[in-house]
Design a protein around this ligand. Structure first.
Ligand code: AMP
Ligand code: GLY
Length: 423
């Protein structure tokens, strides 16, 4: 079998490594991939948003199965384009990917179907938004409607900060058209949990829960990033909470999308906050999370490609999806300065003993050598019987990786471990 994976980061590398475990897979192409994954896939210089070229490549190379991993191509209709060409494909069509592509859509969906989420108002007029903020409860949360590279959410601790956020989105257009409409929502508190789920629109199977670490610095300080590390399972996510989420959030979301004529097939990501008033949806993503995937897939015991194909074929109900009881920890190694300005082009050395557990996000080839080529350079994952050993294992592996100006958080999993000990 020939498989194509659209995307080029650590998440895609984790998906590729897992798909490779299937003996029927002869070749995997990554579009565009990155040089750090070239042992596992043939990287092809086609961008993830070049939908027509992706579909053409898939036809020309007689691809048997395609996986579209990032949000942009999903929202732009990559799955629609591949499906039209007869290529079986993992991921939602554009009319379902809107669940991530538009916050206004997802908030209105949750309101219509009584799915618990933060109270909110939608604005397309800046003056009205500013007027609303005169009396809105503070802190408050301002969200740009469309995709904004994960940066479209501003938690405003004061009224002035909130107004500035609105002006930057609606007047200065810092996120372009994504700021034409904005959501202003209630500030929620509580532990955050990420739950990824396979769904074919009829059956929904949650994967093991996980915890992201979004801030750049230790003890959750510094700027928001794409994610500096993850652990799985998330100790705050008890069996009781899982049951409640299935009944009040997961299945109602799947059913709501069906009722709207927007059946979601693929990986549906629930960003949850466990508030004092129960679990609520912070965000939906229409895809695997990054770096959640780097801890969730290593715990998957079932064959990933088989599960993905069942999602495409609508046979998930008859397919085993099993996770191990182990724990996993992924530490992201970034370039100093990330998420702001950073340098790249430093030689990257990954020890042989950790190659299998390293998911490269940003690397290039320069004069035959692997060099850094991104803010987040890679993630390294350890799996162990318990969380403490997984954390220890991941940090041991970090020592086997070298590049100039590397930086990483030293406390990934610390809060989770504390929560576990307090249980
Ligand atoms: P998002 O891009 O939607 O994941 O938001 C980024 C982060 O902002 C989330 O992971 C939360 O930590 C935080 N956040 C988003 N919405 C809220 C909210 N209503 N209340 C509190 N924090 C929030
Ligand atoms: N880790 C959060 C995301 O993938 O959006």
């Amino acid at each position: 079998m020939k498989v194509l994976v659209v995307g080029g980061g650590g998440r895609e590398h984790a998906i590729i490594k897992k798909i490779k475990e299937n003996k029927a897979v002869e070749q995997i192409f990554a579009l565009p991939g990155n040089a750090g994954m070239s042992d596992d896939a043939v990287c092809v210089n086609i961008g993830a948003k070049e939908i027509d070229k992706i579909a053409e490549f898939a036809c020309d190379n007689k691809i048997d199965y395609a996986v579209v991993a990032p949000d942009d191509p999903l929202v732009l209709g990559a799955v629609d384009a591949l499906t039209e060409k007869g290529i079986p494909c993992f991921g939602p069509k554009a009319n379902a990917a809107i669940i991530e592509g538009s916050k206004v859509f997802s908030k209105n969906l949750m309101k219509k179907y009584s799915i618990p989420t933060a109270a909110y108002e939608v604005f397309n007029d800046m003056e009205k938004a500013l007027e609303y903020l005169e009396t809105a409860p503070i802190p408050t949360v301002i969200k740009a409607d469309g995709l904004a590279l994960g940066k479209g959410v501003i938690i405003a601790m004061t009224r002035d900060e909130a107004k500035n956020a609105v002006r930057s989105m609606m007047e200065d257009k810092v996120f372009g058209k994504s700021g034409d409409n904005i959501v202003i929502e209630e500030f929620l508190t509580g532990p955050e949990v990420s739950v990824l789920a396979f769904t074919d629109g009829e059956t929904l199977v949650p994967m093991v829960s996980s915890m992201d670490h979004k801030r750049a610095g230790d003890n959750d300080t510094g700027l928001n990033t794409g994610g500096m590390g993850t652990v799985a399972p998330n100790p705050y996510y008890t069996d009781d909470i899982a049951k409640e989420c299935m009944e009040t959030i997961f299945l109602p979301t799947m059913n709501a999308m069906n009722k709207e004529g927007r059946t979601f097939r693929g990986c549906l990501y629930f960003g949850l906050m466990l508030t004092p008033n129960g679990p609520k949806v912070i965000e939906y993503n229409c895809r695997f999370g990054d770096p959640e995937t780097q801890v969730v897939l290593p715990l998957l015991k079932s064959d990933l490609l088989t599960v993905m194909q069942a999602v495409t074929n609508g046979t998930l109900k008859d397919t085993a999806v099993e996770f191990s009881d182990d724990s996993a920890c992924c530490v992201i190694m970034a370039s100093k300065g990330y998420p702001e300005a950073y340098e790249k082009g430093y030689e990257l050395k990954i020890g042989e003993s950790v190659k299998n557990d390293t998911y490269v996000a940003g690397a290039a080839n320069k004069d035959g050598k692997l060099v850094t080529n991104g803010g987040r350079v890679l993630g390294v994952t350890a799996v162990a019987k318990d969380l403490k050993s997984a954390i220890g294992g991941a940090y041991e592996k970090v020592k086997e990786i070298e590049f100039a100006n590397a930086f990483y958080r030293s406390d990934i999993g610390k809060r989770a471990l504390k929560a576990l000990e307090e249980k």
